[in-house]
Design a protein around this ligand. Structure first.
Ligand code: ZN
Length: 407
């Protein structure tokens, strides 16, 4: 999602209209996959991923001879580059493409939402007609959006299409900065004036503990029937039910909290500052801990919902490095020590505060210090004790006028 622009995919099943349309589409997708593999192989053997222009010189005439249209070829380069990049980044082996899927540029299809018909221009000047299986209600929303690309795939003889729509959003003037810290037990939100004054503090309890109880049940069942649980229908069903509960608890919560946060961002006209989860991801994916995976999945859902709702209202979303936001003293930068419960204390300057509130303050500093605001914000000096930052966690939570910038 870029600033000022919303992008959404409309995914649906499709039925080929003509008798040989299905066969032609599969032929196209096979050819597309083989050609994509060819470009991927070449890219893989090179030390550096070349520019689109270089790729054009290397492959264009060859691929056109196979019957591809100009924009098909362009899509193949872009796709191949993305595949190779992602694979090299994660340290994987050379990708072997098996799935029948292609990205199609808007020059290579005609979409009529009203009649739900899609005409794809495939190789050798052929066209394939697809009837889109979706409801009028789902389409209604996108009538005022523009579409620029689609993905088509065939899985077990079924055709699926995802059309990418975009819509410009009128950017709104932002008056405040909202930082959100999500952790296992709760999500804490703080709204700051551009001057650094804390305007609002709110804490939402997360249902992760409730989700974990269901997980514990699953594990218990699996232990009791350690050898047989896969083969007994009733046991499998019980496990599935707990899994469904976990998902529905998460979805309910994410929607509910997404709505209330969106309402606040709108009321305060906030820029939303979130943690950049990509930094956390690499560690977590390697660990097997269910807790970690569940919370990361949950953070992502939360972030997606929050950022989407904000962007839809014309408000910007920014990501900052999350490293040590809940263990660094916001006043002097030293490491904080636990002072019992959720309260943290700085051994160097004596600063004390609630863990989540501290995280929100640090996110605010990280964002504002990048100079994005055009105002230089000074961190409080070590010898000063900003009002409201002293004392116990209740004080920090209740206070609505913590002045962070007494310089
Ligand atoms: Zn300190």
């Amino acid at each position: 999602m870029r600033g000022g622009e919303l992008v959404e995919a409309l995914r649906m099943r499709a039925l080929p209209e003509g008798s040989d349309d299905h066969g032609a589409l599969v032929e196209f997708l096979k050819l597309y996959r083989d050609v994509l593999q060819l470009v991927v192989n070449k890219l893989w053997s090179l030390n550096e991923v070349p520019s689109i222009k270089t790729l054009h010189g290397m492959f264009y005439s060859e691929l056109r001879k196979l019957g591809f249209r100009a924009h098909h070829v362009k899509q193949v380069y872009t796709y191949a580059k993305a595949v190779v990049r992602a694979c090299k980044k994660s340290g994987g082996r050379k990708p072997v493409l098996r799935r029948l899927t292609a990205r199609v540029d808007r020059y290579d299809y005609k979409l009529d939402l009203e009649s739900r018909m899609l005409v794809l221009k495939i190789h050798n000047g052929r066209e394939v007609k697809l009837r889109l299986l979706t409801s009028t209600e789902r389409i209604e929303k996108y009538k005022k959006w523009s579409n620029y690309e689609l993905a088509v795939k065939v899985v077990e003889d079924e055709v699926y299409v995802a059309v990418y729509f975009r819509r410009a959003v009128e950017p709104r003037r932002t008056r405040t900065i909202m930082t959100i810290d999500v952790n296992f037990d709760n999500a804490t939100l703080a709204v700051f004036a551009l001057s650094g004054e804390l305007l609002k503090l709110k804490r939402f309890k997360t249902p992760l503990k409730r989700m974990l109880t269901h997980r514990i049940w699953i594990e218990r069942i699996q232990r009791r029937y350690s050898k047989s649980w896969r083969f007994i229908r009733g046991v499998r069903r019980a496990i599935r039910r707990h899994g469904e509960r976990i998902r529905s608890i998460a979805w309910d919560y994410v929607h509910k909290i997404g709505d209330s946060i969106a309402e606040l961002t709108s009321r305060y006209s906030s820029i939303v500052v979130l943690e950049n989860l990509n930094k956390l991801r690499s560690n977590v994916n390697r660990s097997n801990s269910f807790n970690k995976k569940l919370s990361l999945w949950f953070y992502r859902r939360m972030q997606f919902t929050i950022s989407y709702e904000a962007l839809e209202r014309g408000l910007a979303v920014r990501y900052v490095n999350p490293g040590k936001t809940s263990s660094t003293c916001p006043r002097c930068g030293s490491r904080l020590k636990s002072n019992g419960g959720r309260v943290l204390k700085c051994t160097k300057c004596g600063f004390t505060g609630d863990r989540d509130v501290i995280a929100c303050i640090n996110l605010f500093y990280r964002y504002s210090r990048c100079g994005v605001l055009g105002v230089t914000l000074n961190a409080p000096k070590p010898d000063e004790n900003p009002s409201g930052m002293r004392g116990n966690e209740d004080e920090a939570m209740k206070s609505t006028d913590i002045n962070l910038h007494q310089s």
